[in-house]
Design a protein around this ligand. Structure first.
Ligand SMILES: [Zn+2]
Length: 442
């Protein structure tokens, strides 16, 4: 049966106890390494009065300080090119990627040969979890250049034995000929691109489902896990949609969904130690069904830029700790990013959550929305202005119904403006759910 099949059975189906033992060994090694090789962490630990012997067990980790993206940016600005957190000699670096990020200027991420092997193994495991097999022909319709999940996806998909087709971005015209010519049955892209491409195919006078794509591997932004967005993409392409989640500073894909489509499994306990914290009180939470918080990563086995308790600013919800596929890695969904979060009368609202609610009205709505901000966030004065596309001529009943549902689900007042399908912009990379009506300083 599909899904009951693993790339690394030992790790993917290991008991929590076995994982804990493994992580304890790897964490000890990584800490030895940080204390001896990382000037950045030597300073940080010294400032916090911490010695190596202060962390003997996994649970001792919470005595150690977090690492933030701002610290990494400062480290890189003061010690270019890779920052004071580089823990190897420059000649051991074999590749440099960059994280684009939603805020601030791009920062670089280096990897050694060993790091590259580790990234490939973890990423391959993630694609395999999503159902990628050696008989597949996978069109990579996402970034290939500096993007961490570009070349790593190539290495990972090739290592499974599948065919990797490096299409890249902005190549929809080429995709129309390449997909049928090569008999491609899978595509790796952002959910925004999948939805853009479906419209593109229709404009070219074809139905997306006639292309023969049976698997869509989505990632780089939340969306593919939203039930209505997923339903539409699956219907458009006649394909199964699964998603993955990673982090440019840690590893390209760390979580990925199996064909059960019940949230993304944690795939890499041998390479990454995951914590979920309450971002307000900055304390680690138990990883149990229903828990929500911010993902925090500690690298294991990392050579070039090992990070300890790195705050991702990704907000997630744990959906479960077991699965019909037999994998023991817990499952989660990404709620949104702290950087995108809005605050309406003290209530946190993620733009992706607004889209989630509006998408629930599909097929009456197309699922495309835009939030209009008159002033820089995160504080927004009510009502939250939301533009939503609807399939039929706009009706005041639908507008009222959406406003009521937003209030019920997100506990904020929204004022919804309905527009015709196809009015809002479509994006070939990551989608933009917020439109700034004010003059931006950037
Ligand atoms: Zn599963």
């Amino acid at each position: 049966m599909q899904g009951h099949d693993y790339l690394n059975r030992d790790i993917e189906t290991a008991s929590p106890k076995k994982i804990q033992k493994l992580q304890e060994v790897e964490l000890a090694r990584q800490l030895d390494y940080l204390f001896s090789r990382s000037l950045f962490y030597q300073d940080k630990f010294c400032a916090a009065g911490l010695r190596r012997k202060d962390c003997r067990k996994l649970r001792d980790l919470d005595r150690f300080p977090f690492t933030t993206k701002e610290e990494l940016r400062e480290s890189q600005a003061s010690h270019p090119p890779l920052g004071r957190h580089i823990a190897v000699d420059w000649h051991k670096v074999i590749r440099v990627h960059s994280s684009t990020g939603t805020t601030g200027k791009p920062s670089f991420v280096g990897i050694t040969r060993r790091d590259a092997r580790m990234w490939t193994r973890l990423t391959a495991r993630s694609f395999y979890t999503q159902g990628c097999r050696k008989t597949d022909v996978v069109v990579h319709a996402a970034g290939l250049t500096l993007f961490v999940a570009g070349l790593t996806s190539k290495d990972a998909i090739e290592s499974i034995g599948a065919v990797f087709v490096p299409l890249g971005t902005g190549a929809s015209e080429k995709a129309l000929s390449v997909i049928p010519s090569l008999g491609a049955n899978a595509m790796h892209c952002t959910p925004s691109y999948a939805s853009y491409f479906a419209d593109f195919v229709r404009r070219a006078g074809m139905e997306p489902r006639t292309l023969g794509l049976k698997k869509l591997f989505c990632g780089a932004e939340p969306g593919a896990g939203i039930p209505a967005v997923r339903a539409k993409l699956q219907e458009d392409f006649g394909a199964r949609v699964t998603e993955g989640l990673g982090n440019a500073d840690m590893a390209p894909i760390i979580f990925s969904e199996c064909p059960e489509q019940a949230g993304m499994h944690f795939n890499g306990p041998d390479f990454v130690l995951v914590e979920i914290i309450d971002p307000d009180i900055e304390e680690s939470l138990p990883i149990e069904t229903g828990v929500t918080g911010e993902l925090v990563y500690t690298s294991l086995q990392r050579e070039c830029v090992p990070l300890l308790r790195f705050r991702t600013r990704d907000r997630v919800e744990v959906l479960g700790t077991s699965c019909a596929c037999g994998r023991t890695g817990f499952r989660l969904r990404c709620i949104g990013r702290t950087d995108d979060m809005l605050l309406v009368l003290g209530v946190n609202v993620f733009p992706s959550a607004v889209r989630d609610v509006v998408s629930g009205f599909y097929p009456q709505t197309t699922g495309e929305i835009q939030i209009l901000l008159e002033k820089p966030g995160p504080r927004v004065e009510p009502s939250l202005r939301v533009v939503a596309e609807c399939a039929n001529p706009p009706s005041s009943e639908l507008k009222d119904e959406i406003e009521r549902r937003v209030r019920a689900v997100l506990t904020v007042a929204a004022s919804v403006e309905l527009v015709a399908a196809g009015t809002l912009p479509r994006y070939e990379m990551k989608g933009q759910l917020v439109k700034h009506l004010y003059q931006s300083k950037a």
